[in-house]
Design a protein around this ligand. Sequence first.
Ligand code: MSP
Length: 674
Amino acid sequence: MNKKFYITTPIYYVNARPHIGHVYTTIACDTIARRQRMLGADTYFLTGTDEHGQKIERAAQAAGKTPQQLADEVSAEFRAMWDRMGLTYDDFIRTTSDRHKCGVQELFRRLRDNGYIYKGTYTGQYCVFDELYVDAAGPGAPCPECGRPTETVHEDNYFFKLSAFQDKLLQLYSEQPDFIRPETRRNEVISFVRSGLRDLSVSRSTFSWGIPVPDDHKHVIYVWLDALANYITALGYGSPDTKLYDKYWPADVQMVGKEIVRFHCVYWPAFLMAAEVPLPKGIMAHGWLLFEENKMSKSRGNIVRPKTILDVLGADALRYFLLREVVFGQDGSFSFDALVQRYNADLANGLGNLASRTLSMITRYFRGEVPYPSAAVAHKSSDDAIAKAAGKAIAEFSTAFDQYQFSRALEVAWGLAAAVDKYIVENEPWALGEKQDEESRSRLATVLYTSAEALRIVTALAHPVIPDAAAKIWVQLGLGDIKQFALSDLKWGQLHLGTKLGKVEAVFPRADKSAVERMQKMEDQGRPAPAATEAQAPASASSASGQFATQAATPAEPKATSISPDGKISIDDFEKVELRVGQVKVAEKVKNADKLLRLEVDLGNEVRQVIAGIAEAYAPETLVGRKVVIVANLAPRMLKGLESNGMIVAASPEGGKPVLASFLEDVPVGTRLK
Ligand code: MSP
């Protein structure tokens, strides 16, 4: 019977639309799943969306939607994007689906029946952004994970006896050193657990967007217990049909970003131990994709949409770039420049060029049929060297890839392609092709066979990473459907004499210079509002309203609202402006813009980046921690290449400096001004 292989991505929150940070994890899993299938494993690949919890409830409120509407929309968007990218997931789980809800309730019952759940009161801090209890902190303390201010929660909750699992978890990490990878994350988790585990609140009772606790519907199950369970509920855990669960669980690898390691390596195995469910074989944590030096995320406004790259360069380019450029496990930067550079160097000029020159010459000199190195006299040591290098590449690629060192694996495969390129240049098949004598023909056959065979090997190895292009090259090599190829058999010499090539076409057309610019422009245009110039920002400061607009003013548009002849507006019109109390978390100067500061402002349910024209009035360090008033429902705009998401309110004395609006009494972050 074939070995089984079960792989999962984290399930993505539906408060943000898919960006290439989410794509990164999913591509890594897709690549692993594809390789496992090629190796003959009975593979199951799960992904999906995380749709419950306070964060989603608030995001929906802010968007004027029900949580279910928001979840339906964004979940569909994730799925459509995964389909457009050709990701080969076997199941897409949604936490609002009935099958999931039943499974989660069953897990909760199991924990309770096994004596690991009790009722208590939680008084402490909670970070809504991370959906994380922050026990040992005082009111307003920052979340240790994201730095955002936490909220004080006082609730009667159900608790899980996490403290009972401290020793068992430490034993797990020591007996299964591969349970957490890479080593750095493993060490962090071990020291976190060693420092002591407190019992964990696993229900909330002050909002309702979640799965009800069985037999006590005043509570909803803590969103992380709900979400983590997806990995088994998707297989039918807790349902009458457990065929998939029996076959695929435990997971062979669960892929996560480094910020959610604690949930997966501490809470998850503890829940499973308590419920007497086998543990996954391993959790692999990768690093962050950075853009302009920061983690790509919605709250920073520095995301890149996959669509832009798919439209210009295609999915293979993005897949190859992410896995080749970033050392898996570490943080890595994304830039359009680096993407286009790698695309041209490694794909268009590298593999693409090797394929087209080799196959075109076979078409030209051997009527499109693979020639065979026949006469011993035509053999040279450089031919053997390529065969040997190919064997070595197969072994090294496999070792690196199976340890999730994708970058190293691709370097090995492309190293072979580069060696073949050099071999072609040195052997000058085009010159041999001009000669008609037996020896030259025979030598030409050897050189082209060797090149084509090495090309076949690089293509087979690279297929999980660049599936579309590899499938095309395979067809051009006359080998049919690459999915049918058994990768475990891959070795030198399998390309048969006389194989009829398919039609030779370029698989990676070169990207011209404008590709970077085009993608950047598409990204900017994809944002809700057109870019504005910095100069406009202060200009609006002395507007008639006396309010200092720190964001560029919107060009005058015909007003849909009614203004009476005396210039008064109705209360309904005023209510359209969403003013909220925010707290400045980060303040810094904007490069090459004397008047602008970049602020990160916490609005309670999210942190916004606001570009404010107040640099001449306030030093950045005096603003951190300060409560301010934000116009929260303005369309985003670009200022000096940075997205500004809201406007800070200030009085603007005639001829003087702006003065920020503030409060004498303490007001909770996020409060609306009416
Ligand atoms: N819903 C939780 C996970 C629950 S799993 C039971 C969550 N969702 S998330 O939408 O915030 O996405 C988390 C995952 O998306 C990260 O762990 C990571 O895999 C991926 N990424 C999101 N932004 C990323 C980067 N900028 N860089 C790399 N990966 C990123 O947490």
